[in-house]
Design a protein around this ligand. Structure first.
Ligand code: SAM
Length: 713
C-alpha cells in the first residue's frame, strides 16, 4: 500500500514550482535540508520557503563551479579557483552524525506521484521543452572567483524562450567568463516578487547553510566582451518600479554614471539588457552618427572618462562657475569636494612668485580662446579654460592657472599646420610615387606578414608597435642622435638658406644640419584603412593633457594628466608654415619683447637636394596660430619628450610634421618638456635665448653641470 504523502512536501514543491524550479531539482536539496534541520519543517517553510530556495541556488551554484572547473581542466587553462564554497553535502555531514538514525521520508522515488505531484515532476509544457535532455532546470547563478575578479553568470528560462543548455552555459562561463546581468537580476527580482506577493517581511535565515558568496550579489563583475572590467553593479531593487544600474565610475568610485529605468513606464516584462550588448549596440549607433574612426573607441571608456573628467574638474578647477550647477545642468553633483578642491592661495604671496608677465599682446589682435572662465575667490583670480582647443581636437585640453596671476595666452588654436604665405609645400598625390605608398594594402599594414612599401624608409620595418608606440630600437636611435648630435651625420649647405635669411649679401658659412631619422606614415594614396597602425600622428592627440601655470617662472607649461608609456605619441608641433625668410622678416618687424619665441626649423633633411630655394626652407611658427605644443617648455638634456620628424604627405621632406614622443615613462601630472637644442652661448642668434630655468642638473645655461645624461629608460 502506497504510503500517504506528507502534504508539506507537496506544498514545498508547489512553492518552488511557482518560482520556476522543477521538482527534480528541489528533491535532492529538500532531502538534505530535512536531514540538516532535523525535519524541522517550520525552518524550511519559513519566509515562504526562502531557505529552501536559497539552498537550491547554492547547491546548483556549487555544481556549476565544479563543472566549470572540470571543463576548464579539459582545456589548457588552470582550474578556476573556487572560493568559500562549501558543498551542502559537506555541511550536512556534521549534522548527519546526530541524525543518522532518523528516517528520511523523502527517499528516491518518493517524490509525490499523485496528479499534483505528477505535475511537479513533469513541469509545464513550455518548461519541459526547455528541460528536454537537461539535467537541471532552474534559474542558474554562478559566482566564480578567478584571480580576484568575480564573474557572475546566470541563466534562467522558465518560459523556455531562451533555451540555453547547461553545457552551453558552462562553456560560456569557462570560455568567456562574462556574465549576463539581466539573468541574475531577473531571477533576483522574481524571487523578491515571489516573497512580496506573499507579503513577506525581510527574510531572516535561521541558520547559514553555506558560506558561499553567491547569495549576496557582488558589486562588480566583468561585463565587457573585450575583457575590460567595468564598474557595474546589480540594480537597486528597493523600489519595485525603478531600477538603477551603475555602468561606469571614476577611478576611485566617487563619480558614477547610472541608468535608471522606470519599469512602470516601460514594458510590463522589463528585462535588464546585457551591459556588453548594450554598449556594443550604442557604440555602433554612435560610430554611424559621428563617423568615429579610432579603432580603440569604446563607449564604456568614454563614460569612465566622463566620470574621471568630472573628478578632474572638481579637483583642479579653481573656478566655481564651472562647478556650480544650475537647475538645468545635465549632471547632478553627487560627490563631496575633492580634498584638493578650492585650495586657497594668498594673492600677494603668489604675486611674488610670479616672474614672467604675459607675452600675449600682439598687433594682430588674435582671438582669445573661447570658454574661458575667470573667477574670483577670496581676492584671487583664477583662470580655468575648459578646452583651449575650442573643440578642434578629439579630446579637450584644459588650461589652469592656480595662482590667478597670469594673462591668458593670446593665440588661435589650430590642430594642423597652415601655410602663412610663401611656403611651398609639395603635398600632391602625383608627387607620391608608388614606392612611397602601399597601393595594394588593406586594413592594418602592421598586421601584414611582410611589411609594405611604407616601411621601406624605416629600414624595412615599421617604426610603430601594434600598441601605437615607437619601437625601442627606433626610439633609441633618435635619442642617441639627440644626445650626441656631433656623432651623427650633418649636412653642410653650400649656400645655407638660414644664413641667407640672416644676411642675403654676405651669408655666413653653413653651421651644419643634423640629418635625422624620419617616421614614415601611410597616407591617402595608401589603400590601408585610417585605423592602420602606421597612422599615429595623423590621428591627432589622444592623451589627456593640461596647460598649467608653472611655479618656477617658465610661464605656461604643458603636463600630462595620465601616465604615458615610453614611446607614446603626445602631440605634433603645429603652427604657421613660414619660409625662413618670412620668419626672419617677422622677427625684424617685431619689437624685441614680441620676438618669436615659438619657431622650429624644418631642416631635418636639407641634405636630400642640392641648393635649397628660399620657398623650400621652411619653419613652423606657433606664436599666433598653433596647437598645445606651443606650451611645451624647454629642458636641457634630460627632457621627457623627443621631437621626431614624421613624413605623412610629402616624400621630399622639405615639409614634414614634427611629432613629440615620450623618451621614457612619464607619470601623471608631470610637466612635459623637450630640449629646444638652444646654444645658450650663441649670442649672435637672431632670437635672444631666455634665461633657462629648466632645473636640470645638466642645464647648459652657464650654471648647470655640463655632462650629458643618458635617459633612455
Ligand atoms: C614655446 S614657449 C613655451 C610656453 C611658454 N612658457 C608660455 O608661457 O607660453 C617658449 C618660451 O617659454 C619660456 N621657457 C621655456 N622653457 C623655459 C625654461 N627652461 N626656462 C625659462 N623659460 C622657459 C621662454 O620664455 C620661452 O621663450
Amino acid at each position: 500500500m502506497a504510503q500517504e504523502r506528507d502534504p508539506r512536501i507537496t506544498k514545498a514543491f508547489t512553492a518552488m514550482k511557482n518560482i520556476g524550479i522543477a521538482a527534480q531539482t528541489v528533491k535532492p536539496v529538500l532531502k538534505r535540508l530535512l536531514k540538516l534541520y532535523d525535519r524541522n519543517w517550520a525552518l524550511i517553510e519559513d519566509d515562504n520557503y526562502r531557505t529552501l530556495a536559497d539552498a537550491i541556488f547554492e547547491y546548483e551554484n556549487d555544481k556549476m563551479i565544479q563543472e566549470n572547473a572540470a571543463i576548464v581542466n579539459d582545456g589548457l587553462e588552470p582550474p578556476l579557483k573556487k572560493l568559500n564554497v562549501t558543498p551542502l553535502e559537506d555541511q550536512t555531514s556534521s549534522s548527519t552524525k546526530d541524525n543518522e538514525s532518523r528516517r528520511l521520508d523523502l527517499e528516491e522515488g518518493e517524490v509525490p506521484l499523485d496528479a499534483n505531484e505528477e505535475e511537479l515532476m513533469d513541469p509545464s509544457p513550455s518548461f519541459s521543452k526547455y528541460l528536454r535532455g537537461q539535467s537541471h532546470s532552474l534559474v542558474y547563478e554562478t559566482s566564480i572567483k578567478d584571480r580576484g575578479d568575480i564573474h557572475i553568470s546566470t541563466f534562467q528560462d522558465p518560459t523556455g524562450e531562451n533555451a540555453v543548455t547547461h553545457r552551453q552555459l558552462n562553456l560560456f562561463c569557462a570560455g568567456q567568463a562574462y556574465g549576463d546581468p539581466s539573468f541574475v537580476l531577473e531571477k533576483r527580482e522574481r524571487i523578491r516578487e515571489y516573497h512580496d506577493q506573499r507579503n513577506v517581511t525581510k527574510p531572516t535565515r535561521k541558520e547559514p547553510l553555506n558560506c558561499s558568496s553567491h547569495v549576496s550579489f557582488p558589486a562588480s563583475y566583468i561585463c565587457s566582451g573585450n575583457g575590460k572590467k567595468a564598474d557595474a553593479s546589480a540594480p537597486e531593487l528597493g523600489d519595485s518600479l525603478q531600477s538603477t544600474y551603475d555602468i561606469a565610475s571614476s577611478s576611485c568610485g566617487q563619480v558614477k554614471i547610472s541608468l535608471k529605468c522606470n519599469h512602470a513606464l516601460g514594458q510590463s516584462k522589463f528585462q535588464w539588457p546585457n551591459l556588453d550588448a548594450l554598449m556594443k549596440y550604442t557604440e555602433s549607433k554612435f560610430l554611424r552618427s559621428y563617423k568615429i574612426i579610432d579603432p580603440k573607441f569604446s563607449l564604456i571608456h568614454l563614460l569612465k572618462e566622463l566620470c574621471d573628467s568630472y573628478m578632474e574638474l572638481t579637483s583642479n578647477s579653481a573656478d566655481r562657475s564651472l562647478l556650480n550647477k544650475s537647475p538645468g545642468d545635465r549632471f547632478h553633483q553627487t560627490t563631496g569636494s575633492h580634498p584638493q578642491c578650492f585650495e586657497t592661495h594668498n594673492l600677494e604671496k603668489d604675486r611674488n612668485k610670479k616672474v614672467r608677465s604675459s607675452a600675449s599682446s600682439n598687433s594682430l589682435n588674435l582671438a582669445v580662446p573661447q570658454q574661458q572662465r575667470v573667477s574670483h575667490d577670496r581676492g584671487r583670480a583664477f583662470h580655468n579654460v575648459y578646452d583651449i582647443t575650442n573643440g578642434n581636437e578629439k579630446i579637450s585640453i584644459s588650461l589652469l592657472d592656480e595662482y590667478g596671476n597670469e594673462h591668458l595666452p593670446n593665440f588661435v588654436y589650430i590642430p594642423q599646420n597652415i601655410i602663412y604665405q610663401n611656403a611651398y609645400v609639395h603635398a600632391s598625390l602625383a608627387r607620391i610615387a608608388d614606392e612611397d605608398c602601399c597601393a595594394s594594402c588593406a586594413g592594418d599594414c602592421l598586421s601584414s606578414s611582410v611589411p609594405c612599401a611604407c616601411a621601406r624608409d624605416t629600414g624595412g620595418d615599421f617604426a610603430y608597435t601594434r600598441e601605437g608606440l615607437l619601437k625601442e630600437e627606433f626610439l633609441g636611435a633618435c635619442i642617441s642622435m639627440n644626445e650626441e648630435p656631433h656623432k651623427h651625420y650633418h649636412f653642410y649647405c653650400p649656400d645655407c638658406p638660414l644664413e641667407r635669411a640672416k644676411n642675403a649679401y654676405r651669408p655666413q658659412k653653413c653651421k651644419g644640419h643634423l640629418v635625422r631619422k624620419f617616421v614614415k606614415e601611410c597616407w591617402r594614396k595608401c589603400r590601408c584603412s585610417m585605423q592602420c597602425g602606421n597612422r599615429v600622428v595623423q590621428r591627432g592627440i589622444t592623451r589627456k593633457l593640461q596647460v598649467f601655470l608653472t611655479d618656477d617662472g617658465k610661464g605656461w607649461g604643458l603636463r600630462t594628466l595620465e601616465e604615458l608609456p615610453k614611446g607614446a605619441f603626445v602631440c605634433e608641433y603645429v603652427g604657421e608654415i613660414l619660409t625662413n625668410m618670412e620668419l626672419y622678416e617677422r622677427n625684424n618687424q617685431s619689437s624685441s619683447k614680441d620676438r618669436h619665441t615659438y619657431p622650429v626649423l624644418l631642416d631635418a633633411d636639407w641634405g636630400s637636394e642640392g641648393v635649397l630655394k628660399d620657398e623650400d626652407a621652411l619653419c613652423l611658427d606657433a606664436t599666433y596660430y598653433g596647437n598645445v605644443a606651443r606650451f611645451i617648455n624647454h629642458r636641457c638634456c634630460d627632457a621627457n619628450l623627443l621631437d621626431i620628424p614624421v613624413e605623412v604627405e610629402t616624400p621630399d621632406h622639405h615639409y614634414y610634421h614634427l611629432a613629440f614622443f615620450t623618451r621614457r615613462k612619464v607619470h601623471a601630472m608631470e610637466e612635459l618638456t623637450w630640449d629646444y637644442g638652444i646654444d645658450f652661448d650663441d649670442h649672435n642668434h637672431p632670437i635672444e635665448a631666455f634665461r633657462c630655468r629648466c632645473g636640470s642638473a645638466y642645464c647648459r645655461d652657464g650654471k648647470g653641470k655640463r655632462t650629458k645624461p643618458s635617459i633612455s629608460n
